[in-house]
Write a protein that binds this ligand. Structure first.
Ligand code: DOR
Length: 437
């Protein structure tokens, strides 16, 4: 089926387009310049007046929990959550069970996504076997099996010699590795940001330096190997300063920030509540202010969610015993739109650049991240006027560990196309439209 998306405000940062025009979906590809008369006659028309049409969002940091922890999420439920959030392509982290460090596991994720997933799924393979930081995986075979890049997310590669070798391997294969920057020797036992709130609640802290010292080392090793580094979930002011300085001296380093670190800080944690436990933790108000300043001044390359589903019986355990993590794919666009676009920190085109164009460009995703003629028809249509309260019980994710329950937001994803197939219509998933790229 081909489509004619009529009369919407089209925003495509990669082409510097922000204007009212029609969008055509033909044979799985997108066209702004028009299509032939015969194709046009067979199009199904979707009225987009009053709506905004944008390239599908690309989330480079999610946890699908598949294989191994399917009680928290799986590729089916995780990609349904993605669809509801306007995310048409996602990367999933390697801390599965078993760890995604072998061809067979990468192949399993690719095959299951193609059969049962609703959006494009790219597995991230571990950088080291079992994510133990000791033995480097075989980059060539994992890339060949379908890994998009490498990360031991959840763990930092502590051994500098091993990390240098990883950067060399990454350079050889032209991939940008993703690092979880946390010197665990400094954070052992910590459950929230090491600050006044942790002291008041009597909970062990995670110092900011455990993050930025790790980032400092990685920038140096990346520079030495002439490699490419992507720093996951940046949470401190000093981290952003170090990354910016490294960029200025020519290091090929990029970074992402998660919506929860931009919109909350540790003052939001009023009691010992595991729903707020996330790694890296919600930092101080000063850190948060620096991240927002970085958002405004172009120091952040990507907004990624770190969608980390956990069962409610796990998160109910309180700060000391609950696992780290919060879900985010279904709330990221409305949270960012409401709190940063409507508050004039950034404009809408910049937000879409951070959530679609930049991820596609920095991770070399061919045919993605823009509505350029002939590119994949991965498209999200959003109603920016729709105002509603986030309801944790109405989300598509298998888990409901969101800190944004009952938050008032604007911006509801209405329709989503993946590879030209309409999969979400009027906010409802069209069943049996599985099969990603
Ligand atoms: O909060 C987090 N949860 N941070 C991580 O780095 C890992 C993630 C998870 O897998 O739950």
């Amino acid at each position: 089926m081909d489509y004619w998306l009529k009369g919407g405000r089209v925003i495509d940062p990669a082409q510097k387009i922000d204007e009212c025009r029609d969008v055509f979906v033909c044979n799985g590809k997108v066209f702004l310049s028009g299509i032939s008369k015969s194709n046009l006659q067979n199009c199904s028309v979707i009225d987009c007046s009053g709506k905004t049409v944008m390239p599908g969002l690309i989330d480079v940091h999610t946890h699908m929990r598949d294989p191994g922890y399917e009680y928290k999420e799986d590729i089916v439920t995780g990609t349904r959550a993605a669809l509801a959030g306007g995310v048409t392509t996602l990367f999933c982290m390697a801390n599965t069970h078993p760890v995604t460090d072998a061809e067979s596991i990468v192949s399993y994720i690719v095959a299951k996504s193609k059969k049962s997933g609703y959006v494009n799924v790219h597995p991230i393979a571990a950088m080291t076997e079992g994510m133990k930081g000791k033995k480097i995986v075989d980059f060539a075979s994992l890339l060949n099996a379908g890994a998009v890049t490498f990360s031991d997310d959840g763990r930092w590669v502590h051994d500098s010699h091993i990390m240098l070798t990883i950067f060399q391997q990454a350079a050889k294969h032209s991939v940008r590795v993703i690092q979880h920057s946390e010197d665990m020797a400094m954070t052992m036992g910590g459950v929230m940001h090491d600050g006044e709130t942790a002291q008041r609640l009597g909970l062990p802290g995670i110092p900011s330096a455990s993050e930025y010292a790790a980032i400092y080392r990685d920038c140096i090793l990346c520079e030495l190997a002439k490699s490419k580094l992507h720093v996951a979930h940046v949470s401190t002011a000093e981290s952003l300063r170090i990354i910016t300085e490294a960029k200025q001296r020519g290091v090929n380093v990029t970074c992402e920030v998660a919506p929860h670190h931009l919109v909350m800080d540790d003052s939001y944690i009023k009691s010992d509540n595991g729903i707020y436990k996330v790694n890296p933790p919600l930092r101080s108000p000063n850190d948060r202010a620096a991240l927002i300043e970085g958002l405004k001044t172009g120091k952040i390359d990507i907004i990624a969610t770190d969608h980390a589903p956990h069962a409610i019986h796990e998160k109910e355990k309180g700060m000391l015993d609950a696992p780290f993590g919060m879900i985010g794919m279904e709330t990221s666009f409305p949270i960012m739109y409401t709190y940063f676009v409507l508050e004039n920190a950034i404009n809408l085109s910049k937000l879409i650049e951070l959530m679609s164009a930049n991820p596609a460009r920095l991770f070399n995703l061919a045919g993605k991240g823009t509505l350029q003629d002939g590119f994949d028809a991965d498209i999200a249509v959003v109603d920016l006027d729709a105002e509603y309260r986030i309801n944790k019980d109405a989300l598509f994710s298998k888990s409901s560990n969101t800190p944004f329950h009952d938050w008032k937001v604007r911006g509801k994803i209405q329709h989503v196309f993946v590879g030209g197939i309409l999969k979400l219509q009027n906010g409802q998933i069209i069943e049996n439209t599985t099969g990603g790229a």
